[in-house]
Ligand binder design. Structure first.
Ligand SMILES: *[C@@H]1O[C@H](CO)[C@@H](O)[C@H](O)[C@H]1NC(C)=O
Length: 260
């Protein structure tokens, strides 16, 4: 009978989609075949089933659930391969959850579920904050991540500890900011800030190259000035001494002349 012949499969692993982009939730009949008088019901599992997209050979061809208008698509050209996967477009944060694919006709019905995880990634920026203690302060910031991201500073000789702060906004998106002070000793090659959330490769990152001149240091002009000042003082001192001794000699001479 038909019931023994067919099975329906979704994805055993969660499908990961990115906010604003599209994703395909798989639902595959095997062996691949096109059921006659088929109905495909895609629904989201909440406290009850929320209609997402419903297709019927016999009734209305395509119906979209509330909140999914013009965001869903089946692949009718794939039906003959038993592929009744759902394309979900312009993903929203609230789309995350379990989806139920239910296929039936008069003689047969089966269902499967697939979990959708929605992720958000954002660009990463490095700010140069300027001289700080004996180095240059850098900040790395990125806003609009989901789920919670991790931040890492990477550099060749980097051994400074860094302070990272993670916050979540009202739309559940995470922001990260991290501060580091790079000393001239640690500065070799690029310094990168990498943000990732485990759900998605690739991560996002930003890199910076600090040139040697940016580091706070004792200016060579200051050193030259101090040396000149020292020499000048020595000179003044020497003149004063010579002047003093010369004056003394003169007055001694005068005195001896007077005595004589
Ligand atoms: C079903 O077809 C779509 C569109 O061609 C494709 O992206 C998807 O990978 C197919 N699904 C399966 C399970 O083959």
């Amino acid at each position: 009978s038909v019931a023994e012949k067919f099975s329906l499969a979704g994805s055993q692993h969660p499908v990961v989609g990115v906010i604003g982009q599209e994703v395909v939730l798989p639902c595959q009949l095997s062996p691949p075949a096109r059921l006659s008088n088929m109905e495909v019901l895609w629904r989201k599992i909440g406290t009850e089933f929320i209609p997402v997209h419903e297709y019927s050979d016999v009734g209305p061809k395509d119906q979209t659930g509330e909140g999914y208008q013009s965001r869903t698509e089946l692949f009718p050209q794939e039906f003959s391969n038993g592929n009744v996967s759902l394309k979900l477009k312009r993903l929203q944060m609230t789309d995350g959850g379990r989806y139920h694919c239910y296929v039936k006709n008069l003689e047969w019905s089966q269902e499967t579920t697939t979990e959708l995880q929605v992720a958000a990634v954002a660009p990463v920026f490095i700010d140069v904050l300027g001289p700080q203690n004996s180095g240059i302060g850098l900040a790395c910031r990125s806003t609009g991540w989901f789920p919670k991201p991790e931040l890492q500073w990477v550099g060749k000789n980097l051994e400074m500890e860094f302070v990272t702060d993670v916050t979540q906004d009202t739309e559940n998106l995470y922001s990260v900011v991290s501060y580091i002070t790079v000393t001239e000793k640690e500065n070799s090659g690029d310094i990168s800030c990498i943000v990732q959330n485990g759900l998605l490769e690739p991560e996002r990152q930003s890199a910076i190259h600090l040139t040697g001149g940016i580091f706070p240091q004792v200016s060579p002009w200051l050193i030259a000035f101090l040396i000149l000042l020292a020499l000048a003082l020595i000179g003044v001192g020497a003149c004063a001494y010579l002047g003093y001794t010369a004056k003394r000699k003169v007055s001694q001479k005068k005195r001896s002349e007077e005595e004589a």
